[in-house]
Design a protein around this ligand. Structure first.
Ligand SMILES: [Zn+2]
Length: 154
């Protein structure tokens, strides 16, 4: 089995460890420094993989990316920042999903999933396809909203 490899804390060089939490009824993980308490962002255990190991790896990935970037330790990787900006925009403005349906958890799920699949993602079409798949988990079908936008009647 693959092992979690955690780099030392980017701030103090301390030893990093995985911390499990409950947040809004879901299990999530973050990586924390045992010396200074610095933390990574949290990664949620998601319904479609239901694996805490995957979530722990996601947290480790973000922690390690930050540890790599010690010139500016607080800087989020550019790709991650791009995806974070792109997801809410595409959900609301490309898919026309009403903003009240787009919960922070859905955005978080989409951002992480795109980030994890960023090696195979090469354009906006594949990004949108991926988002459509993810939205199915929440019973959101972008086609419903696109039809409304056209004001179409059968
Ligand atoms: Zn530290």
């Amino acid at each position: 089995m693959e092992q979690l490899k955690l780099k030392p804390c980017p701030f103090c060089g301390g030893r990093a460890r995985v911390i499990g939490k409950r947040r809004s009824g879901s299990t999530c993980y973050c990586i924390s420094c045992s010396s200074c308490g610095a933390k990574s962002r949290v990664a949620f255990v998601q319904p479609w993989h239901d694996s805490k190991f995957v979530a722990q790896c996601q947290a480790a990935k973000l922690w390690n990316a930050r540890a790599d970037n010690d010139a500016d330790a607080t800087k989020v990787p550019a790709l991650f920042a791009f995806i974070q900006q792109e997801v809410p925009f595409r959900l609301e403005n490309i898919f026309n999903i009403p903003s009240e349906k787009i919960t922070p958890n859905i955005v978080d799920v989409c951002v992480w999933s795109l980030y994890d699949n960023s090696d195979v993602m090469f354009d906006y079409d594949s990004m949108d396809d991926h988002l459509r798949e993810l939205l199915k988990e929440y019973d959101i079908d972008p086609d419903n909203y696109e039809e409304k936008e056209e004001n179409g009647k059968d």
